[in-house]
Design a protein. Structure first.
Length: 160
């Protein structure tokens, strides 16, 4: 067996279908259209702040779809949309928000499908320099999956 070269082979990993399905249900809207929607309808919509042209919104949506479907990296997404999302911090926020929201929705679907076998949820925060006090306090907390607090605080809880 050879030494690990630092690269994982990802071409045979199936897509996270629950995450992909959730993301593909979104309707592309402009930021102005998004602002006019109710909170409930916003969950069904995709937009990117400061991107007003339909073709550019579609390009960002497509790059995110590829990242979610193929397990793509931020670097790949960034390269694809650099001309549209010119601010690197904004680009990172758009990527993280959409990919983590899709993964969170996919994990919720999986948790619901296996609830009879695993009726508990444990909150796991990424503990780094950006961890909010609320996420830090919740790290490691286990609650029944059906508890309203679990659904209200399912990841991602907030931006970055």
């Amino acid at each position: 067996m050879g030494e690990f070269d630092g690269h994982f082979q990802t071409e045979n990993i199936p897509p996270f279908i629950e995450a992909v399905d959730w993301y593909l249900e979104k309707v592309i809207v402009t930021p102005d259209q998004f602002a006019a929607l109710s909170a409930e309808m916003r969950r069904l919509a995709f937009t990117a702040a400061r991107v007003y042209e339909a073709d550019q919104l579609l390009a960002v949506y497509d790059a995110l779809t590829a990242a979610i479907y193929q397990g793509g990296t931020y670097a790949e997404f960034s390269k694809a949309v650099r001309g549209i999302l010119t601010n690197p911090h904004h680009r990172r926020t758009v990527f993280n928000t959409n990919v983590m929201s899709a993964y969170g929705a996919g994990h919720w679907e999986q948790a619901q499908a296996t609830k009879a076998l695993r009726p508990w949820a444990t909150f796991r925060a990424v503990i780094d320099g950006r961890t909010s006090p609320g996420c830090y306090r919740l790290n490691g907390v286990t609650m029944p999956l059906d508890h309203p607090y679990v659904r209200a605080n399912w990841t991602p809880r907030h931006h970055n």
